[in-house]
Design a protein around this ligand. Structure first.
Ligand SMILES: [Zn+2]
Length: 325
């Protein structure tokens, strides 16, 4: 995808070798900040696959290795944090396979793999681990992200809302780090033009509640009212509906790559079978920063995260990054 041109100066025993690398990235660049391996696929897999397939440079930043996740593959049970504590390394492989399924080639871990540890669910002692992402120094963690922004210069950033979509400490922290990084990037004039948060419209949840009420495999079992759910946005607050139905199989493939986290029998797969490709393929976002582009329908939902942005004119953001080593 990237056009790499290298120029090598005098080498041998002469002056130090000077190499200039110019990387030219596509005009449109999308950055996603997620907490754990698997969040990218479950929450934004179709959107990532859609943009990767249409020539957008998609950069995924994952903040932790997901060391505290559950393990749904019996043969791998002893990788658990309380035993061999090898789950994080294993999940790097799952994430690589998921990215391959999504067609995403630019993936990084915030601060490098293993810098920040999965904090576990809110209130657990794992929140106190010295490397827990929940304990991260905000400016230091945001600084790692700004470095990536300097390199990639994304016009659009996706992360979670201030409740981390559903309250997990690492998701809340990913939100804080991403938003702080946007602030810091703005002081250098390189902030993304638009920042989106993942979202689920109330109307979609209501449809799900009704649809599954009689099902024995009901993901909403025990929920009587939508207000009991930790997520769900009024439809009028949604800014973008990305219909990437054509990528539903890529998203499902990416989710299956996270086999330790998502059992093959998960309702996520059966719901897709019942609801059709749209369940997997359509994802929603609220706009946290930037100007909403033109949209359609009663609430003017955008169908493209780059809507309203000028990315191919003469005043586009610089796409060439020169470096030395
Ligand atoms: Zn997560």
């Amino acid at each position: 995808m990237a056009d790499l041109r290298g120029r090598v100066g005098a080498g041998g025993y002469g002056p130090p070798v000077r190499v200039t690398i110019v990387t030219t990235l596509p005009d449109r660049r999308l950055l996603l900040v997620h907490a754990h391996p698997d969040d990218e696929s479950i929450g934004t897999g179709s959107t990532m696959a859609h943009y990767a397939a249409t020539g957008v440079h998609v950069t995924l930043v994952t903040c932790t290795l997901g060391e505290e996740g559950e393990i749904h593959v019996p043969a791998l049970a002893q990788l658990a944090a309380a035993e061999a504590d090898q789950l994080g390394g294993y999940r790097m492989g799952e994430l690589a396979a998921a990215c391959a399924a999504l067609g995403v080639t630019d993936h990084r871990f915030l601060g490098g793999a293993g810098r920040y540890r999965d904090s576990g669910m809110m209130g657990l002692s794992t929140n106190e681990h010295p490397r827990a992402f929940w304990q991260a120094d905000l400016d230091e963690a945001a600084g790692h992200l700004v470095e990536i922004m300097r390199e990639v210069r994304p016009q659009v950033l996706i992360t979670y809302d201030d409740n981390g979509f559903y309250g997990h400490p690492d998701h809340i922290q990913a939100h804080r780090v991403a938003m702080r990084a946007v602030e810091l990037a703005a002081t250098e004039g390189i902030a993304p033009a638009k920042v989106y948060w993942t979202a689920m419209p109330r109307s979609v949840l209501e449809a799900g509640l009704t649809h599954f009420a009689e099902s024995s495999d009901n993901p909403f079992a025990g929920i009587e009212d939508l207000s009991e759910l930790p997520f769900g946005s009024p439809d009028e607050e949604i800014a973008a509906r990305i219909d990437a139905t054509e990528q539903h199989a890529a998203k499902e493939g990416a989710m299956r790559a996270h086999a330790t986290q998502i059992p093959a029998t998960s309702w996520l797969y059966s719901i897709a079978g019942n609801f059709g490709a749209e369940f997997m393929g359509v994802e929603y976002f609220t706009l946290a920063m930037g100007e909403k582009g033109p949209g359609a329908g009663p609430y003017g939902w955008e169908d493209d995260l780059f809507a309203g942005l000028r990315v191919d004119g003469p005043d586009r953001a610089p796409v060439a990054v020169a470096g030395q080593r």
